[in-house]
Design a protein around this ligand. Sequence first.
Ligand code: HH2
Length: 262
Amino acid sequence: MGVVNATPDSFSDGGRFDTLEAGLCHARRLIGEGADILDIGGESTRPGADPVPVDAEIARVVPLIGAIRAESDIPISVDTMKPAVARAAVAAGAAIWNDVAALTAPAALETAAELGCEVMLMHMQGEPRTMQAAPRYGDVVAEVCGFLAARAQAAIVAGIARERIWLDPGIGFGKTLDHNLALLAHLDRVVALGFPVLLGVSRKGFIGKLDPAEADAASRLPGSLAAALAGAAAGVAAVRVHDVAETRQALAVWAAIDAARP
Ligand code: HH2
């Protein structure tokens, strides 16, 4: 899954793709690099980010989704917590609702069921503005798995088909370095919940914490690849990345070695 941020303030590439033309160029590039899904977001979820009004978010994502759809049939996900944005995005051609709030907003479950789209349910402790203040868990892996299983069940009860549900442990969303590492070390337990798993590790802050020499988010590609491969080894179905070509190559080499095992 390649990330196209139509935002002025995302943590790793904010402001670079926030015009329609720039967003479309970037989408074309990621399609050319072999992305299987494009994830379009109009509200940054980085720690401390301010919420975006619904009209502004729609104005950022809908024209871009429409423009991509006009020239490509690549599956498009919309990265939003708002039912009204998901509705407008699906009308413009998105097929997947990627929700870092796991459809907890009022009417979100019902809207997703009505739209008939795929849904990606992510775990987050707190909300983006404050989530990194003091994340706390007893057993982070058990709590994240318990939350995801419960949200999947709520989605099914609301009428969302089981085969349309993905789960995501939400690396960096209300989690310390130790919490992120525990989740990455136990991704097999998220996979064992029985749904396809999406993993978002690309350029995230935990990589900077593990490499004191790292200067900024754009220089976190090597760490991003290492974490993506840990996900592949655990059986995740997709990785959400900024660097599509590089990640495809890393995954292809890993998969070839894996396939050569006796
Ligand atoms: N991470 C970000 C945004 N959306 N969605 C899912 N399902 N999983 C993730 O890990 C995830 C996500 C990161 O946030 P943001 O600050 O918006 O930056 P960017 O979109 O550049 O990654």
